[in-house]
Design a protein around this ligand. Structure first.
Ligand code: HEC
Length: 165
């Protein structure tokens, strides 16, 4: 079936990425080059480092949208360029996909697994270097969101990620 072939392909891709990451783990220089490459990839996708967008009002779309934390979270995430690095369709990009992330078991560069609960997501947003997802580099995700985003905006993004099953 098509979905099975897709899943197999995705599995191969993930394997390939982990092997690639494993090869460079020993070389600090290689890792640095990779981080730079990832950052320029992110910038090609529209991410501008250091340019956190100000909080935007909820989009016009009725009271329901205005009060739905997940919808608000989507707006905050879009305004802050998260999508340049995080897909919501299962494909790994510069950063891990958000699809199915909530409540999953995450392997960390330092070991693991650790449950991706609300506390983990909040920490990953405010302090990305605290726990590094396996296969990805540190110092790639901006560490500024803890100060540029309000706590309730981080809660909204978490609600949005939770909705991406
Ligand atoms: C320049 C690329 C980049 C941008 C922009 C970015 N991230 Fe990340 N993010 C990463 C990378 C790389 C990782 C994996 C390394 C780590 O764990 O810090 C990551 C990890 C995460 C994780 C943990 C994911 C997991 O699978 O364990 C969350 C949650 C997250 N980011 C949220 C966000 C949010 C919310 C924003 C926007 C406000 C954002 N990120 C913007 C690159 C980025």
């Amino acid at each position: 079936m098509l979905t099975i072939r897709r899943a197999a392909l995705l599995g191969l891709l993930v394997l390939g990425v982990s092997v690639f990451a494993g090869c460079t783990v020993n070389g600090e220089a290689a890792r640095h080059r990779r981080d730079e490459a990832q950052m320029s990839m992110a910038m090609e996708h529209g991410f501008k480092p250091g340019e956190a967008a100000p909080a935007k009002a909820a989009p016009a779309g009725g009271a329901a949208a205005a009060n739905d934390p997940a919808k608000l979270g989507q707006t905050v995430a879009t305004a802050n360029g998260c999508a340049a690095c995080h897909s919501i369709d299962g494909k790994a990009g510069v950063g891990p996909t958000w699809k199915g992330l909530f409540d999953s078991n995450r392997e960390l560069a330092s070991g693991g697994p650790v449950k991706a609960d609300e506390a983990y997501l909040k920490e990953s947003i405010a302090n990305p270097n605290a726990k590094i997802a396996k296969g990805f580099g540190p110092n790639v995700m901006p560490a500024t969101f803890g100060s540029t985003l309000k706590p309730e905006q981080i809660d909204q993004i978490v609600a949005y990620i939770k909705s991406l099953k």
